[in-house]
Design a protein around this ligand. Structure first.
Ligand code: GUN
Length: 303
């Protein structure tokens, strides 16, 4: 039987509808409008496209949104001053500096300069630490892992007691999603294994997974025989494997493949995310969710 396809597009749209209501309520009750600034240094085409998507969504949700474009040769000090300006701005609840930054700028220094209470990317060491501690400490979950958790929960998969295997140990996906799944609480309580390039028998670990989360950056690494029948497979990989002409626009577009052999895997898994249209659409939506949360805290609701 073919797996249920978990549509990130549909689930992201559902969450955005919920956020629209939250935004209206914040405005009515407290006169607060969530504010998000995205800072883009230079003109990297992929970064422009990501930032444009973030701004478009913020605008659609009725946020106060600022796109702050800076030249490629901005000094590190000037960028740090800019961040400090937004740290102090009460109308701004979320600050995002689009990565990567030019080589002359120390990325770590820049991320550490963002007020952790406005760090809606969840990359600041304080927020990484808050996630490690768990419970009420957690403020902003990093957006891609938070989106993965929503996909699993909203497609009805039980995480409590489940064997979750995470392939990949990056700071932005592998490590945080392992931590999220390990938390005490709803949508978590899992038994978590993290596997990586030095793991001796990847296949044996993957075969045990009730929920398999793959963020390895290797096209079609996971073969169908690695998948436990009926399991939930979340493919975080976005690998450009070639180009084609879009039927819609007639323009050249990238051919994208995930880290899982989707066509074969869907005949074995119980549910699976497609690439594109799975995890991807969730990331921006979770950034919006973090910004609304930050605005709510600023309005005196919650912590
Ligand atoms: N560059 C690519 N993805 C991201 C992201 O999620 N956040 C930031 N700040 N930069 C990125």
């Amino acid at each position: 039987m073919s797996a249920k396809i978990i549509s990130g597009k549909e689930i992201a749209a559902q969450i955005r509808d919920e956020l629209k209501k939250d935004v209206a309520e914040l405005k009515d009750k407290h006169g607060v409008v969530p504010g998000l600034v995205t800072i883009l240094v230079g003109q990297n085409p992929a970064s422009i496209s990501y930032v444009t998507g973030k701004q478009k969504t913020a605008h659609e949700l009725g946020f106060h949104s600022i796109q702050d474009d800076q030249p490629e040769d901005i000094s590190e000090d000037a960028l740090l001053d800019l961040i400090e300006k937004y740290n102090k701005d009460p109308k701004i609840h979320g600050i995002l500096v689009q990565l990567p930054l030019p080589k002359h700028i120390d990325e770590k220094k820049v991320l550490n300069a963002i007020d952790p209470d406005k760090d809606v990317d969840g990359f600041h060491p304080v927020n990484v630490g808050r996630l490690m501690i768990g419970g009420d400490e957690v403020k902003f979950l990093p957006c891609t892992p938070a989106g993965i958790q929503e996909l699993i929960v909203r497609s009805g998969y039980e995480t409590s007691g489940a064997e979750v295997v995470v392939v990949g140990r990056s700071n932005i996906v592998g490590k945080p999603i392992a931590n999220i799944m390990l938390q005490k609480g709803a949508g978590a309580n899992a038994t978590v294994t993290v596997v990586h390039t030095r793991t001796k028998d990847l296949e044996a670990h993957c075969k045990r997974a009730d929920i398999l989360i793959v963020a390895a950056g290797v096209p079609q690494l996971v073969k169908p025989e690695w998948i436990k029948p009926g399991s939930c497979v979340i493919d975080v990989g976005v690998n450009r494997v070639g180009e084609k002409i879009s039927e819609k626009t007639g323009k050249k577009i990238a051919i994208l493949k995930g880290d899982v052999d989707f066509d074969a895997a869907k005949e074995i898994a119980g549910a699976i995310t497609p690439v594109p249209g799975g995890v991807g659409p969730m990331t921006i939506t979770m950034l919006m969710k973090n910004t609304v949360k930050s605005a709510r805290i600023a309005a005196g609701e919650g912590s």
